[in-house]
Design a protein around this ligand. Sequence first.
Ligand SMILES: *Cc1c(COP(=O)(O)O)cnc(C)c1O
Length: 407
Amino acid sequence: MSESGKSTIAVRYGIDADKHHGAVVPPLYLSTTYSFADFDTKRDYDYGRSGNPNRDILAQTLAQLEGAERGIITATGMAAVHLVTQLLNHDDTLVIPHDCYGGSYRLFTSLQKRGLLKLVVLDLTKAQSYEQILTIKPKLVWIETPSNPILRLTDIEAVAKVAKQAGALVAADNTFLSPALQNPIKLGADIVVHSTTKYINGHSDVVGGAVVAKTAELGEELAWWANNIGITGAPFDSYLTLRGLRTLNIRLKQHQENALVIAKYLEQSPYVSQVYYPGLESHPQHELAKKQQSGFGGMMSFDIKGGLKDSAAFLTSLKQFSLAESLGGVESLICHPATMTHAGMEPQARLEAGVGDTLIRISVGIEDVEDLVKDLEQAFAKVQPGSAHASDEGKAFKLTPAHTALW
Ligand SMILES: *Cc1c(COP(=O)(O)O)cnc(C)c1O
């Protein structure tokens, strides 16, 4: 099966799972316990926390898609992140990127505060950090690329090479692109983490996570911990997530086709000061995106002209985009990171991360892209962001071209 293409794997893996009736869709196994075949003779499964057929089919499909030996399905994406930290002892160092997912950042720093691991925060988009990895000699290096919300890329192959020299394992959070568009293990990572809540399920109706391991040994250790701490996912969640995963590749094709049209539209708009999308030639890491990704994905951000009031007026004038956090569903979502996903940060730290009051993030859906563009157009026309009649309030937070210095 691993010789097959990604769409074939996603659509067909586990399709012959029902030996009893030949059901084409793998049946849902809700049973928490399984009878022994005979005294002291276990079957494949014994107890639902330890193993479940629906979870296993989903795990194996994801492992195949990532080019990995083993997959483990967890209840949430954060449970998947937490599971990987079980590999660390209190005197082991974890290197994380300064702009990783906020929930992951909170978890890593909380574990550090309790003395459960040592933590070093680096800007992995910069080659200067590579030297530091060699000196620190961490146990694990965490990568997340593209980053949220301004889509900065980390060179997975380069970081993995340095990490190997330092004797470290590499884990990559691949949530933003999914296995359809990026395979970190093929670039040198040992572990891939997913919030399956996003593109993998793709329909904004299941929260879940996955860890996939390059080797059987690492997979065994992680699976042992997942059962031990009890964070494995529910059967029905796995059933639904597998249904979503069946269409992953075709959804991603449409997501990114729409995203490129919207990015180009925004780039020429007089109401926009900067667009962040790796698929644009103007993106400082466009070449790296072409090298390590097989597509540019459906996530993008842009800075609207004006200030906070312009952002607010624009966001509430849209009809085809839902003002909501999260990403990766078939429907277009739009959010204001400064007051939503990144609200917990100090204004100055937010600015340093490129998250000003004018930053707007879009998870581009698979609707007719003409409708999405028309909707953006009417909202811009109505609000006229940055024009004289718009309020000056919030302009202190306005990001000037200085934000390109972040690269
Ligand atoms: C959403 C997300 C997570 C956390 O996943 P949950 O399913 O919400 O627990 C981790 N990493 C990234 C990049 C995410 O976008």
